[in-house]
Design a protein around this ligand. Structure first.
Ligand code: FCB
Length: 452
């Protein structure tokens, strides 16, 4: 039996660059993702978000779809360069108008907006000033947050300042897989800190202006398992936990970076970018924690250099398209762990889902039974964590629509609604029809449904 408390919110997610399209329309400025996706060899098949789901022109269609799904929460992001084409300075009123239509359209359909301020699309003009490696990015971000809060904040109940800052720092600045495509390990740590500082300064700014909403950020937390009980493997898994989870959780909840990690990365950086007062601001910044959950890592020490190198296995139950099909126990484990080590702040699951190569059958149906089973098991896991005492207030399925999956382009589909990118037709997958029933029953059918 599953259990979800009264007031638990049910949602689905999108992100601006993944769905909007209209990248040169109505005064929008370029972002790092426009540049990155248009650089040869950076995305699968050279795919870009130029058109994506064309949501900029189809907003009402998608809002009606969300209403029909009976969603009570929608997580979306604002494109910074649509409202501030150069990242700072001149405001593009048409950009503000678009998000106003989004928010009012949600509210008039009984759906609470959860607004993400930064889902990876830094204005290109700010990248040219060093991007997140420049400490000033924190104050540019705070000004941008202040602007959105002043114009739209009276109607926004939930804010995510940042989405998955780990991915921005390590995949964007260390591994070069995501925009801006830089490969510099030392910079990655600086970018961790500047993003946390940006989050803290934005929160301060919005609170000083008397924001009505609650402010959080969305971390992609990883379930970490040692490859064996051998002490070297346990130590290696602890180190992974430090680099993937504690590097954000410790400063946010405890006001310091994990000491073992600071020591471990000393050959690369001395953390000299942390200034006095930064960590106090960061520690006071959260009203809730957003948890994006996709991964479990089984880590062992690499025998060639057990003190520094690791071997990581990524278990996928059914080998889903993007290695995201993590066993549901991993989600329970992550949620209980946050409570145990960091206390009782309210949690929203801000993303959870899987990719697949969905197809439209000749009868027009998209039979994604695997995704139904996936979400069903994860929702049971959420319910188990709630019964274990974790204060979880909502679940946001990832994602609402098939969309531009970053470096994977359009090669993988994560939506509960299929998008035919040729015609822009939206087709409900079986999982959308199932999720609608989950929402209507307030979760009662979770764990109980046989879907034909
Ligand atoms: C997450 C991103 C989200 C989506 C999923 C599949 O890392 O936050 O936008 O692409 O992966």
């Amino acid at each position: 039996m599953s259990f979800f408390p009264d007031g638990f919110l049910w949602g689905a997610t999108t992100a601006a660059y993944q769905v909007e399209g209209a990248v040169v329309e109505d005064g929008r400025g370029p972002s790092i993702w426009d540049f990155f996706s248009h650089t040869s060899g950076k995305t699968f098949n050279g795919d870009t978000g130029d058109i994506a789901c064309d949501q900029y022109h189809r907003l009402d269609i998608d809002l009606d779809l969300m209403a029909e799904l009976e969603m009570s929460l929608h997580r979306f992001s604002v494109s910074w360069s649509r409202v501030l084409p150069a990242g700072k300075g001149t405001v593009n009123q048409k950009g503000i108008d678009y998000y106003e239509r989004m928010i009012d359209g949600l509210l008039s359909r009984g759906i609470q907006p959860m607004l993400t301020l930064y889902h990876w699309d830094l204005p290109q003009a700010l990248q040219e000033k060093g991007g997140w490696a420049n400490r000033d990015s924190a104050s540019y971000f705070a000004d941008y947050a202040g602007l959105i809060n002043r114009r739209l904040g009276d109607r926004v109940a939930f804010w995510n300042t940042l989405n998955e800052p780990w991915c921005v720092a390590f995949l964007g600045y260390r591994d070069g897989i995501l925009a801006p495509g830089i490969k510099d390990e030392a910079l990655a740590y600086k970018v961790v800190h500047h993003q946390l500082l940006a989050h803290a300064r934005a929160t301060e700014h919005m609170r000083a202006d008397g924001t009505k909403g609650r402010i959080g950020l969305a971390l992609n937390l990883v379930s970490e398992i040692p490859g064996s009980t051998a002490s070297q493997d346990v130590a290696a898994a602890h180190r992974m936990d430090g680099i993937e989870n504690r590097i954000f959780l410790d400063p946010l909840f405890k006001g310091h970076y994990p000491e073992d990690i600071v020591r471990f990365v000393a050959p690369v950086t001395d953390f000299g970018f942390v200034h006095e007062g930064d960590l106090d601001a960061i520690q006071q910044s959260l009203d809730f924690l957003g948890v994006n959950f996709y991964q479990q890592h089984i880590t062992s020490a690499d025998p060639t250099d057990p003190e520094r190198k690791v071997r990581v296995a990524v278990p996928g139950k059914r080998g889903s398209a993007m290695d995201m099909d993590v066993a549901p126990e991993g989600l329970v484990d992550v949620l209980l762990r946050v409570k145990r080590d960091y206390g009782d702040l309210p949690i929203y699951i801000t993303e959870n889902g899987m990719a697949a190569q969905d197809k439209v059958d000749p009868d027009g149906r998209v039979r994604d039974a695997q995704r139904i089973e996936f979400w069903d098991e994860r929702l049971l896991a959420v319910s188990e964590a709630i019964e274990g005492g974790v204060d979880i207030r909502g679940y946001v399925a990832s994602s609402l629509l098939d969309n531009f999956e970053w470096q994977m382009g359009y090669s993988s589909r994560c939506g509960m609604v299929y998008v035919d990118f040729g015609t822009q037709k939206r087709i409900w997958k079986d999982s959308a029809r199932w999720y609608q029933r989950v929402i209507v029953s307030h979760g009662a059918i979770v764990g109980a449904l046989r879907w034909e």
